[in-house]
Design a protein around this ligand. Structure first.
Ligand code: CO8
Length: 306
């Protein structure tokens, strides 16, 4: 079944068409629905992308996969690429089949940072007035869980992009770093903030002030990534994880993600209060009722995301 749903990336090197639209229209069987027949994979109205590839994986196409694909610049982040990532994320967010999203790059680079050639001649006034980078944070506002599958370099904006995701899995050759200091600038999309919250002040200072990279193993022991895998298995592991998450109620998953994310924003007492209120809210949903009923009836829950 998984094989049916999985069109390999290598087969999609030409032009990739996101499949979300078709699935949204024809409805979306859950992964545990018997005799599942995969929904149509493409429609002529689907957008085409230059710098990314998008497909759906997993049973029922329940995991969206976005692959950064700008190999000539090691997936350096530029406006056109980020616009495409934003579009793909919004499409996958709106696709009722998709319960989780995986973001990855190539084996050599997840992303080697913002495009230095694009930034070289920028001036302060242009950055300030144009709100440079403000539009690049869509990853941090989608409701569905996003898993970064990082191989190779995740540097500067690449590391920041991974940290905007909810879970990071790494290949054992992955390298993380905030080398902006070497370029005479500082991280601009969370490198001094999310990194510090993830690994603590001393280690974050060391990375941001030296520009040195850390290995996947270090990133794992420091709590930046949740697990390390052989490079050729990271994406599959991320998809497996996405599939597992997708089996739950999308509504409740979104509430749970929101609550965990609030741990970054709120004091402990405010966070506990927020969590308790959301917990109470789950009692107004069909899925909370179904989940507990299914447990008592010793069967799998049939969530309706309502
Ligand atoms: N921007 C533009 N081009 C890049 C970048 C980049 N960040 N990284 C690599 N490239 C290009 C190279 O210029 C080269 O192109 P060309 O062949 O035309 O010269 C090609 O990719 C291959 O790169 P290398 O030949 O350098 O490959 P190596 O294997 O020798 O080295 C490295 C790989 C170590 C990754 C090296 O390329 C490197 O150090 N890259 C720059 C890393 C860096 O400094 N990143 C930080 C950029 S600043 C930043 O990200 C600000 C954050 C803003 C927030 C973003 C929010 C999401």
């Amino acid at each position: 079944m998984a094989g049916m749903a999985a069109l390999r990336i290598q087969q999609l090197r030409a032009v990739i068409q996101p499949t979300s639209f078709a699935s949204r229209i024809v409805g979306c069987p859950r992964a545990n629905t018997p005799n599942f027949v995969q929904t149509a994979r493409s429609m002529s109205s689907a957008p085409t992308y230059e710098h990314i590839m998008v497909e759906k994986r997993g049973e029922g196409g329940n995991v969206g996969l976005i692959v950064l694909n700008r190999p000539s610049a090691l997936n350096a982040l530029c406006d056109p690429l980020m616009k495409e990532v934003k579009q793909a994320l919004l499409d996958l967010e709106a696709d009722s089949c998709v319960g989780a999203i995986v973001l990855t790059g190539s084996e050599k680079a997840f992303a080697a940072g913002a495009d230095i050639k694009d930034m070289q001649n920028k001036q302060f006034v242009e950055c300030y007035n144009g709100n440079f980078l403000n539009d690049w944070n869509v990853l941090s506002i989608v409701k569905k869980p996003v898993i970064a599958a990082v191989n190779g370099y995740a540097l500067g904006g690449g590391c920041e992009m991974a940290m905007m995701c909810d879970i990071i899995l790494a290949g054992d050759k992955a390298k993380f770093g905030q080398p902006e200091i070497v370029l005479g600038t500082i991280p601009g999309a969370g490198g001094t903030q999310r990194l510090t919250k993830a690994i603590g002040k001393s280690r974050s200072m060391q990375m941001c002030l030296t520009g040195d990279m850390i290995t996947a193993q270090q990133a794992s022991s420091w709590g930046l990534v949740s697990s390390v895998h052989p490079p050729d298995q990271v994406v599959d592991e991320a998809i497996k994880l996405g599939q597992k998450i997708s089996q739950h109620s999308k509504l409740i998953v979104a509430m749970c993600k929101e609550s965990v994310n609030n741990a970054y924003e709120l004091s402990l007492s405010e966070g506990l209060h927020f969590e308790k209120r959301l917990f109470h809210c789950t009692f107004s949903t069909n899925d909370r009722s179904e989940g507990m009923t299914a447990f008592i009836e010793k069967r799998k829950p049939n969530f309706t995301d309502s």
